[in-house]
Design a protein around this ligand. Structure first.
Ligand code: SF4
Length: 454
């Protein structure tokens, strides 16, 4: 990254969301009725493709950088009880959705740590999910987030039998000083063992999640971590920025702040790791992913079909994403619905026979256009807003105020506007800043992050 770009990013650095949805979750509201949700489910057309997400909000140890909806437990009874609630939630959905013969495109287990589930409970959940729709598509993707420390032959064997064909390993870093500083005891050998175990069980698509901006990371250490990551031959690598928000996540106060890299150093850390991946032939995807040439995301990027949802970048274009479990967010066409984040209300709703949702959002026409434009910018790092609006049948949508707000980025070399109105991000880090110009809710956002701390 040249110094001018770096200076411009530092100059414009401000709180902006990561845009895994638009509107973003803090703008969802309360007040929808059970009947309303049932009708939204009933609107899903028969034989439609659908994707499914299962949230498992438990971990065995708290990483101090964690921004996920999870809690630490050493009692399996807590996980076992939760499994029963999940099954109950699914049982409420089955009578509405099963007659539609929906085609499941993707199933993703996230968390928390899905590896907290015993193999028998994992199988029970998958077996109940199979009642929701048809799992026979050739391109069915079934993925699980794996804590390398918890990978075991019996779990991997259960995943294999349940059709899992992609695993995402939470690696973060291999440097032990860095890992000790964030309370995550995990080394290279543990990750290598987990990777080998996945492949031995036929799960050949292995993703690795890394993080930059952690305490004690240096340019040398992150290069070494990136090089070690390549020895595991991952299909995809994500390189997320640590967002230090101790006022929102109290456990982050345990991180030694004077060991955190500066905003400027964070840019170097990202670029150094990115250079290692790109020199090894990995294709950059969006703002923070790197994939092998053979990966589906590369095909999707090149055919202008790359999408972004709550799990990040995806080639999943299903208009319906049904999430179950505490905090899960569904997208049903033009509606978002989020389940209760905390376990007691989630449990109470499910056990009393109610859908356990808390918040919802019905997208306005303006939301839909802006959501499309923001998604395209996050995926392709360029977008023609007028073209996107015209493609949605609204050719006269007024973006004039938006172009005006992008001009400071243009003047500082972070964006470019072509004669046909296409906006180009000239650095990965400027894509979110450009998206923020399209975000009508941002001034009131409480979810915002600094662009250098995705
Ligand atoms: S394993 Fe993942 S979800 Fe669990 S505490 Fe660590 S970062 Fe958070």
């Amino acid at each position: 990254m040249n110094n001018n770009i770096k200076e411009s990013i530092l100059k414009h650095d401000r709180m902006v969301p990561r845009y895994t949805s638009y509107p973003t979750a803090p703008h969802f509201k309360s007040g929808a009725t059970q009947d309303w949700y049932r009708k939204e489910l009933e609107k899903i057309p028969a034989r439609s493709p659908i994707s499914l997400y299962v949230h498992v909000p438990f971990c065995s140890q708290l990483c101090w950088f964690c921004g996920c909806h999870t809690r630490v437990t050493s009692r399996y009874s807590a996980v076992g009880d939760y499994t029963d609630w999940l099954l109950q939630e699914l049982s409420m959905l089955v009578p509405i959705l099963a007659p539609k013969r929906l085609e499941v495109r993707y199933l993703h287990f996230g968390g928390g740590s899905p590896t907290m589930l015993r193999p028998s409970d994992f199988r029970r959940i998958v077996s109940r999910l199979r009642k929701i729709g048809d799992f026979t598509r050739d391109d069915l993707g079934v993925s699980v987030e794996i804590d390398p420390r918890a990978a075991s032959a019996d779990k991997l064997s259960a995943y294999q039998k349940c059709g899992v064909n992609r695993a995402s390993l939470g690696v973060q870093d291999f440097n032990q000083q860095v890992m000790n500083a964030v309370n995550r005891s995990q080394d290279y050998d543990t990750c290598k063992r987990a990777t080998d175990m996945c492949r031995a069980h036929g799960i050949n698509n292995v993703n690795i999640d890394l993080m930059y901006g952690l305490p004690y990371q240096t340019r040398d250490s992150i290069r070494k971590t990136a090089e070690q990551a390549l020895t595991l031959e991952p299909q995809r690598i994500s390189l997320f920025g640590y967002a230090h928000v101790p006022w929102m996540k109290k456990h982050m106060r345990l991180i030694q702040e004077d060991a955190l890299p500066s905003v400027e150093d964070r840019l170097d850390l990202f670029e150094d790791a990115a250079e290692v991946f790109e020199n090894a032939g990995y294709v950059p995807i969006g703002i923070d992913h790197f994939c092998k040439e053979s990966d589906n995301l590369v095909t999707a990027l090149r055919s202008n079909c790359l999408s972004r949802n709550f799990q990040g970048y995806t080639d999943d274009n299903c208009p319906y994403l049904l999430a179950v479990g505490a905090s899960g967010i569904s997208r049903l066409g033009d509606v978002y619905v989020q389940n209760y984040v905390h376990l007691p209300p989630y449990r109470d709703r499910v056990l009393s026979g109610q859908f356990p949702f808390d918040k919802y959002c019905e997208m306005t026409e303006s939301d839909k256009i802006r959501a499309r434009v923001i998604e395209k910018m996050m995926c392709n790092l360029s977008v023609n807003p007028l073209g996107e609006a015209a493609g949605m049948g609204i050719p006269d949508h007024d973006f004039s105020g938006v172009y005006e707000s992008i001009m400071p980025l243009v003047r500082d070399g972070l964006a470019q506007i072509s004669s046909d109105g296409t906006v180009h991000a000239l650095a990965r880090q400027s894509a979110r800043l450009i998206c923020a110009s399209f975000d009508q809710y941002l001034p009131h956002s409480s979810e915002a992050r600094h662009v250098t701390s995705s």
